[in-house]
Write a protein that binds this ligand. Structure first.
Ligand SMILES: [Zn+2]
Length: 321
């Protein structure tokens, strides 16, 4: 994400604590930001994606990552066509179409969703129309097929149209062989949601871990659809166990080309903050008293600079301990 968008989201993120609550009165929002403020965080993220360029990072073995449309999108190219991991946000279609075209002439044939969230699956409909068969964990299909309320975003998501719903689903794991690559899909169990999977490209030693890993930024945790802080920590441990120092790890958000050392740092941050928040809650502190005690203070300079600010992240952890 380019710097202006980051700032825009940080500033709005500063007030995520106010979602559904007190009015946000700030003199320094531009008219566009004020409008977005009134419409909520989801609309703001969509507006931001509409204006963002797509940055392509080439990895290895025909795999690239596209950054700039919600979650990080992995693309494997080859004679079987383009295989995408995550769909981004539909307003990015023009930029994504251009970025995909520069990767080669092959058609788009497959799309895997790492989980159901709009910033990973909103583009499902246009990608299906462009030729993609959509594959996901069963809970992703379920959530995309129903009205879905996410309390912490104060937003009701409508079901996708039929074309955007995954047509091939699995429960625990699933294997694909495309473009000569062995692609393993594996359900984490409850983590960031109840629908998260990892997507491993075995020969390339690359794994897309979806929103179980936010590289260098506090993560969102969606309790509305089965996520929890303990699930996030368990998923981080599973990711550490499944990778080596040579593995390229693609996080759902944050710098899209990551590694095991950064993942370890993320996991240690989650565990430390969970412990701090659990102690305060055990002492009988309310949610707001816990936020006021700043249990994330040691981590804020590094991790607190994006959408999920320290107070918001503390509330998410508090909910699960
Ligand atoms: Zn997500």
């Amino acid at each position: 994400m380019n710097p202006p968008d980051r700032n825009l989201l940080s500033r709005r993120g500063f007030c995520l604590c106010c979602v559904g609550g007190a009015a946000f009165t700030s003199g320094w929002l531009t008219p566009r930001e004020s409008y977005a403020e009134a419409r909520g965080i989801v609309s703001l993220i969509k507006d931001s994606a509409a204006a963002s360029p797509i940055v392509t990072h080439s990895l290895r073995s025909g795999i690239s990552v596209l950054e700039g449309s919600g979650g990080n999108i992995a693309v494997l190219t080859g004679p079987d066509g383009k295989v995408l991991v995550d769909a981004g946000i539909s307003v990015s279609r023009p930029q994504l179409t251009k970025a995909l075209a520069t990767l080669g002439r092959e058609p788009i044939t497959h799309l895997v969703n790492t989980h159901w969230h709009f910033d990973h699956a909103d583009g499902n409909e246009w990608l299906h129309a462009a030729g993609a068969k959509i594959i996901a964990q069963a809970n992703t299909k379920k959530h995309l097929s129903e009205v879905q309320r996410v309390e912490d975003w104060d937003y009701n998501f409508l079901p996708l149209s039929r074309g955007g719903i995954p047509s091939e689903v699995f429960t625990v794991d699933h294997k694909l062989k495309l473009n000569g690559a062995s692609i393993g899909l594996k359900h984490y169990g409850p983590a960031h949601t109840d629908s998260d999977i990892s997507v491993t490209f075995a020969e390339a030693n690359i794994v897309h871990v979806g929103d179980t890993f936010w590289n260098g930024i506090y993560p969102f945790i969606d309790y509305s659809t089965g996520g929890s802080i303990d699930g996030m920590i368990a998923a981080s441990d599973a990711n550490l166990a499944a990778t080596t120092a040579d593995t390229i790890i693609i996080p759902g958000h944050g710098n899209p080309v990551s590694n095991r050392a950064e993942l370890q740092e993320f996991r240690d941050m989650l565990v430390a903050i969970r412990d701090n928040v659990a102690k305060l809650k055990k002492q009988g502190r309310s949610r707001e008293e816990t936020v006021a005690a700043k249990p994330t203070a040691a981590f804020d300079a590094k991790w607190g600079q994006f959408v999920i600010d320290p107070g918001f992240f503390t509330r998410l952890v508090y909910q699960g301990v």
